[in-house]
Design a protein around this ligand. Structure first.
Ligand code: SF4
Length: 328
């Protein structure tokens, strides 16, 4: 690991100031991904600004009935919070499925948003990887690509986004509050992470000098009837092959409202808007659920080892929606 400077910030302004003092500095949250990447020499910052001491760990009600989750709240604090468990159960489920208890205790919400792909070629400094070394190529495309994307991939990169927590946040239309030298702004959740296109080295639309301060979750009454299902190779400590986050409101046998997002299939949390369009106003039955899944996966493209994900995603969508419909 390369030597680096370390500083601990006590408030957001000092955090921004400390970051600007050293070129190639990064914010440090729980470090559960960044430190791994530094050990492997994938990330080589010259300085780390530790933001875990900032007063941003609260989880609060918002005036409109939603929740504001501070950037440095731990994954455990969010998953265990009573309002999250009662009003957004799929968010609590996703966080619990996301990592071991030890990692959840360390990892922050903002760090979860910023974690990088677990593509094995990205971690292998001998391999060609456009995300790690832009313009070098992508060894995953013709390599072992079982974990890789089937939606929204490009000729430059077929990596998937690794977070579980982000999948229900995409379905919830959350907003990300950030602060930078030019002041505060809010980024809609679905604009935060990027598709790879020809710049896979840029994962998000957060500017390098901006700090995440919190996530706003809007009120969504029917999200209390929601479910997160993660399909993976083993029951713990594995990333999703496919995951589905869904909330469903059924009235008199008809879908009144639906929210759906997919994980493990794309470079970003994948909001399933095509499926939601099919679901809304349709009969809440297996035919509708299958049509919704077919509509969402219609543009999917498989490679040598990951084509199975397309049917797996469809079946997981149908299974999750069926379970939610039965509950209602
Ligand atoms: Fe790198 Fe993306 Fe290719 Fe993986 S899929 S090797 S992250 S460019």
């Amino acid at each position: 690991m390369k030597n680096f400077a370390y500083a601990r910030a006590s408030d957001t302004q000092s955090a921004l100031h400390l970051l600007l003092q050293t070129p190639n500095a990064k914010f440090l949250g729980g470090g559960t991904n960044l430190v791994d990447l530094m050990r492997e020499n994938i990330e080589q910052p010259d300085a780390l600004v530790d933001v875990t001491g900032l007063p941003l760990d609260q989880i609060e009600e918002t005036p409109d009935g939603g929740l504001l989750i501070g950037a440095t709240a731990t994954n455990t604090a969010v998953a265990m919070h009573r309002s999250v468990r009662e009003r957004y159960p799929f968010l609590a489920q996703a966080i619990v499925f996301g990592a071991s208890g030890q990692l959840r205790n360390m990892a922050t919400v903002a760090g979860n948003l910023m974690q990088r792909t677990r593509c094995l070629y990205f971690y292998d400094t001998v391999a060609r990887c456009n995300k790690r070394a832009p313009g070098s190529g992508c060894d995953a495309i013709d390599g072992f690509n079982r974990m890789h994307a089937v939606l929204g991939a490009s000729d430059s990169c077929i990596a998937t986004h690794p977070s579980d927590m982000c999948i229900p946040l995409a379905a919830l239309d959350a907003k990300i509050n950030v602060i930078g030298p030019n002041g505060e702004r809010t980024i809609p959740f679905n604009d935060f992470h990027r598709l790879p296109e020809d710049t896979p080295q840029i994962d998000t639309n957060l500017q390098p000098d901006e700090l995440i301060t919190g996530i706003e979750i809007p009120p969504l009454g029917f999200a209390k009837r929601s479910l997160y299902r993660k399909v993976r190779d083993r029951a713990s400590y594995a990333f999703a092959l496919v995951s589905v986050a869904a909330a469903l409101e059924v009235e008199n046998g008809t879908v009144k409202n639906a929210r759906l997002a997919l994980g493990g299939v794309a470079h970003k949390p994948w909001r399933a808007l095509a499926a939601e369009r099919v679901l809304t106003g349709a009969k809440a039955d297996l035919d509708t659920f299958r049509q919704a899944a077919e509509a969402e996966l219609a543009p999917a493209r498989g490679l040598a080892h990951n084509s199975f994900k397309i049917e797996l995603a469809k079946r997981t969508i149908v299974g999750v929606l069926s379970e939610l419909a039965e509950r209602s």
